[in-house]
Design a protein around this ligand. Sequence first.
Ligand code: SAH
Length: 239
Amino acid sequence: MEKPEESLEKVTDGLGLEISKSQKEQLLWYIHLLLEGLNRQRLVGEKSGAALIEKHLYDSLYPLKMWSFPPGCLLDLGTGAGLPGIPLKICLPKVKLYLVDANRRKINFLRRVAAELALSETYLLPGRAEKWGRDPIYREKFNCLVSRAVARAVILVELALPLVKIGGDLLMYKGKNGLNEIEEARTAIRLCGGQMEKYWHYYLPTGEERTLFLIKKTGPTPEAYPRRIGKPAQKPLGL
Ligand code: SAH
């Protein structure tokens, strides 16, 4: 089995990423914490450091290969154990990172991660996206929002776009059926003030297929969205 250091080298080379020794150490320490957390609670599916690196780390960092994140505030919606938010923050230390998740256990794990990695300007927002999206402090405040493996695109855009600043970006990490999901979400994207900009199709080192969608927030999200907790999933917009 490959050592975590070697897997990480493979991933950073594959993505053309130039990061410092201390950033590499932070990434490896994060993987270590994920593995340790795994023994006590199921945080992610994979069981070896190499698998975590080649699947979750590669996927999380993929946008850095072909896109420039806007400076300012980055929100990871439904971050779970911190993916993709924590790896992105390690590689983009100047962004202010906000992590939203409804699961208390995961938020507690993230509190530990942020402390152990000594991450600056990293804020935890426990609770549902539907609630944060209606909070005037956070609504339409984020330069960029990322989200991976949280909900179908048609549901996710109603949760995510209200939080994105006008002119800001929404990056949705999707699997191989991403294009079908986007087709289904077409009305929801328009209703929430977004516009599909472009997408990238790629493969993880594990061979899995992925699609990454960039949606621009071009106009305000109407007051009606997001609807109350659970509604976006029960009755997806435009379906
Ligand atoms: N993004 C992570 C976790 C995916 S699991 C990864 O790629 O590994 C989905 C996570 O989204 C769970 O932790 C769940 O608690 C959270 N989630 C789902 N719906 C949510 C909502 N409406 N508001 C906040 N968090 C939500």
